[in-house]
Design a protein around this ligand. Sequence first.
Ligand SMILES: NC(=O)c1ccc[n+]([C@@H]2O[C@H](COP(=O)([O-])OP(=O)(O)OC[C@H]3O[C@@H](n4cnc5c(N)ncnc54)[C@H](O)[C@@H]3O)[C@@H](O)[C@H]2O)c1
Length: 254
Amino acid sequence: MTSSARLTGKIALVTGAASGLGEAISRRFAAEGARVIIADIDETAGKAVAASLGSTARFVRLDVTDENSWLGVFQDLKAQEGRLDVLVNNAGITTMGSIESLSVAGFKNMLEIDLVGVFIGCKHVAALMRPKGGSIINMSSMCGIRAQADLAGYNAAKAGVTLLTKSVALHYARQRDGIRCNSIHPGAIHTPILEKVMAQVEDPKALLASFEAGHPIGRLGRPEEIAAIALYLASDESAFATGGEFVVDGGSSL
Ligand SMILES: NC(=O)c1ccc[n+]([C@@H]2O[C@H](COP(=O)([O-])OP(=O)(O)OC[C@H]3O[C@@H](n4cnc5c(N)ncnc54)[C@H](O)[C@@H]3O)[C@@H](O)[C@H]2O)c1
């Protein structure tokens, strides 16, 4: 990975930054000169990621489903950092299940983390981004564009993120305050979430093979390949992009 300091002077908060894509995005942002706030419910792993990045990063405990948790973190950021330039709403879970097999409780839990969590972040972050403006990056999925029978709840949550992003983008664009909002749509990427999904099925090898076969490019993605598009959206190079669906999925949604 090469660094060209594309985020020098920017302050970024990444949710779900203790693992997987959030960790990779945080590492890339730090390498590009940003100050990075590592936000997660997993304190042990989150603190370890922050410590490995040195003084450019710090950990905050954030439960994205809890509005008071968000308000506490944003109050702390206002006091200690003064503002926020980039918010990556990345925290999420995947529970397998079709419309018949997924429980109502499982469906609601996934919506709370994957969709309501994004809503609360988008709602309150403007106070920290004004008057300078900023970039909100919402982690959707190719599953937010294309349905799969055994991902009924995940499809619903991620499709919700896709259109919520556009509503947020329109609202802030009309305010003329420089706040942009875009969504990223990864295909299957090798992260711990994939291991958790495979642990939910009878034949994990067959599931992995089906994931690979579903990507015309012939392989799964790497976290760094998603961090690269997040970097573009966080940087001023994407100043004219808002409400966009940034698909990085090896062709799987085609
Ligand atoms: N890995 C993939 O194949 C893939 C593909 C498309 C989209 N995504 C999306 O990317 C995002 C990150 O996925 P990942 O693969 O890195 O998963 P991961 O399981 O490695 O990481 C998810 C992180 O979110 C945190 N988290 C969970 N609930 C939280 C909460 N309530 N508050 C704060 N943090 C919480 C976890 O502690 C964990 O650190 C998710 O939104 C996921 O849906 C992943």
